[in-house]
Ligand binder design. Sequence first.
Ligand code: C2O
Length: 556
Amino acid sequence: AVTRKYHFDVQMTSVTKLCSTKSIVTVNGQYPGPTLFAREGDHVEVNVVNNSPYNMSIHWHGVRQLRSGWYDGPAYITQCPIQPGQSYVYRFQIAGQRGTLWWHAHVSWLRSTVHGPIVILPPAGVPYPFPTPDHELPVVFGEWWRNDTEAVIAQALFTGGGPNVSDAFTINGLPGPLYASCSGDDTFRLKVRPGKTYMLRLINAALNDELFFAVANHTLTVVDVDALYVKPFAVDSLLIAPGQTSNVLLTAKPTFPGAKYYMLARPYTTTRPGTFDNTTVAGVLEYDDPTTAGSKTTQLPIFAPTLPQINDTSAVSNYTAKLRSLASAAYPASVPQAVDREFFFTVGLGTHPCAAGVPVNGTTCQGPNGTARFAASINNVSFVLPTTALLQSHYTGMSGGVYASDFPFAPAHPFNYTGTPPNNTNVMNGTKALVLPFGAAVELVMQDTSIIGAESHPLHLHGFNFFVVGQGFGNYDPASDPASYNLVDPVERNTVGVPAGGWVAIRFRADNPGVWFMHCHLEVHMSWGLKMAWLVQDGSRPDQKLPPPPADLPKC
Ligand code: C2O
């Protein structure tokens, strides 16, 4: 294992997309940002220098950060942001993970442009547990706004309404031929040769949309999700939620030289059907044409794939039900067979009342029915970020005034989560953590509340991978549902969709001391409060304790 060093210069960069130019925050002037490469077992050091006018922090999404929570990155959770002109060196090891992860800004909505791939190769000499692909490449899905995304979310929070939607989706930063183009060729193209296999390292870096993805006339063989191997299976299309990553194999087949096939990505959403008809991003799979390259006179047809309907929830559940851990001798699945702590969380949208005196339907109260502001919660607590970092408060034993350790284990007032919403949809504000003893085996059932529409919420847990042991539609039933849990080869990952109008059950072992964020990876829901923190205590052995903070840890 070696130490891989990177330099991230966070800066303002002028970029032209969709016929207009704007200044965005980038790393090293790149959008998407640079790729980090490491082998499993390597150490990584990234010196982040903030030359932008914004507060910055970088999260290494999915990296387990075993006893290195100071470098996890979410602003006000594990660190204060890196202020303009300041820097911070992130140091961590990639252990027990192989595949694709990604890094992104973890403050406000800056991750819209500040993100990039993390490619994790197996240790030297260790092969993939599937035929070695001929080529590999990251395929990053993004979302582009003509406006400044910081202004988009600031305006939504001010009015209490929903934010403006993006103007385009992108593949590796390119919006593709279905959007107006003024800057020459801004289509992602993958040149392929018959018989060769390509491993696409898919990353959904979009802010607010889960995406269906397919390539015309080609199946995709899923071999890895969230940097863990799965039992390979082939699909015509797949679903990838913000935060999720997946390695898929595509084999180029015998076809005529110069043949072109579209790859398409488009949102999956149950709350805005119809809204997104024109927001499909296309890339092109192009077969090499060694004989006539450059001299083609006839236009060949381009083949387009069929994607599931925009609100096709059963396509989503059919796909996710196929995901299984490899669970082999070399890559065992260490699913906790018994649990020490069981929790039931409701996740979903809700409301805050409009402040007294604020005009209803006026400029500052445009939430549900014009009589409320949008909010979101877990067990009815809408999380409020503190003004100092939770991990520092925890480490120094100064939680008082920063957070409370009384996050509710279960909703105080259960209701029919998939039936008629309760009359009172208001949520309460709080900065609350849920305390876990070191080593506890945890089971967490998350139920979508459907209060303001049934909607899939991609929940991401920092600091851990978890096993997805069960999922279903309707209300979770503790008497009967656990009987169908898969405790043998459930998929292991860091971000899971709580099904629209349903529930998901996960298990993990709290073997990583520190403060760990958990939140919906739809950025707008996170802004509305769909987030919470776990506080995992130190164990008794020295190697079960969180080391002291580094000297250059940013201050608030
Ligand atoms: Cu990818 Cu807390 O985030």
